[in-house]
Design a protein around this ligand. Structure first.
Ligand code: G1P
Length: 325
């Protein structure tokens, strides 16, 4: 395993919330091959695919930073150099923009490296999400930590991760993010058996199963890609055998912790985008572009016209001709 450390330039703020002092580190697994997006991901990591004008993984690191996590460890693999470069300085580019006096773009180039202390470690053999998390053990040490999966984007206006950190503060143990999904989609996710906790939006997780069939699913609650984990998970992961798909599954390790009564779930019903799926990726780009002050108004006007054209012209192309005019 190799390690590269990129120091950040922004000192931790004094206004960092109290809870963030207990959990400071975030782990972002980013070693997947991205086969669903080939050929785009042949030479470009899937995490670097642009969502409007930022790579998907930057949104994830921004989310961690916004929740007060100032240390981010990326678990990468071969062909992921672009991720390291993105969160590093870009000397020639910065010089060229500074010489032109282009402060806006200069800041955009510098921002990723300022978000947090960013570290990179390579997974080596891609043996599954559980194995990726285990690779973080040395860096994380004996502290609770967050895990953010890059395919799941949580809308920047949501506060899911902060809520999870707050639940960890009060209950110790581990916390998973849960979202109700239609029964026909549960086989795409880890699924949680839950009991009420008495607190609004928080449940006890009594069991977890990775990607169950609709018939075997204990609930409609899907685990989405945000976790706050107790370091006890490392000891469990070490002895977790390969599970579904022959991979060491984080869900299987969490099942053992859940059986011991130490896992809570925070129920999320806000905006989440799955950028690992092509149709959802397109929806994500459109939604976030519509919300942008600089692009939104013009883009929404065009989109309205485009959709109206589709409805009127159908497949005949009439609407499209009108739009092109
Ligand atoms: C992973 C986890 C799964 C979780 C999902 C959320 O699966 O193994 O439990 O529900 O992320 O996105 P993946 O989508 O990587 O196959």
């Amino acid at each position: 395993m190799s390690r590269m450390i990129v120091p950040h330039t922004t000192p931790p703020s004094d206004s960092t919330p109290e809870r963030a002092r207990a959990v400071r580190k975030a782990v972002v697994p980013a070693a997947g091959l991205g086969t669903r997006f080939l050929p785009a991901t042949k030479a470009t990591p899937k995490e670097m695919l642009p969502v409007v004008d930022k790579p998907a993984i930057q949104y994830v690191v921004e989310e961690a930073a916004a929740a007060g996590l100032d240390d981010v460890l990326m678990i990468t693999g071969r062909h992921k150099r672009a991720i390291e470069d993105h969160f590093d300085q870009a000397f020639e580019l910065e010089q060229a923009l500074a010489a032109k006096g282009d402060a806006v773009r200069l800041n955009a180039v510098r921002d990723p490296a300022r978000l947090a202390d960013i570290h990179h470690i390579r997974q080596g053999d891609p043996l599954g999400l559980g194995h990726a998390v285990l690779c973080a053990r040395h860096h994380v040490g004996d502290q609770p930590f967050a895990v953010l999966l890059g395919d799941d984007l949580i809308d920047p206006r949501e506060t899911l991760l902060s809520r999870m950190l707050e639940v960890r503060d009060r209950h110790e143990g581990s916390v998973v993010a849960l979202m109700e999904v239609p029964p026909e989609q549960i086989h795409l996710y880890g699924c949680a058996a839950v009991e009420p906790s008495g607190e609004d939006g928080v449940v006890h997780v009594t069991g977890l199963v990775e990607k169950p069939s609709r018939e075997d699913a204990p609930s409609h609650y899907a685990v989405i890609g945000r976790y706050v984990l107790d370091p006890a998970v490392f000891g469990v992961l070490e002895r977790t055998p390969p599970g579904r798909g022959g991979e060491i599954q984080l869900t299987d390790a969490l099942q053992e912790l859940a059986a011991g009564g130490t896992v809570h779930g925070v129920v999320f019903d806000g905006l989440r985008y799955d950028t690992g799926d092509k149709a959802d990726y397109l929806r994500t780009v459109v939604r976030l572009a519509c919300d942008r002050a600089d692009l939104g108004p013009e883009f929404v006007a065009w989109l309205r016209q485009f959709v109206a054209g589709l409805e009127e012209g159908g497949e005949s192309g009439e609407g499209r001709e009108r739009l092109a005019a």
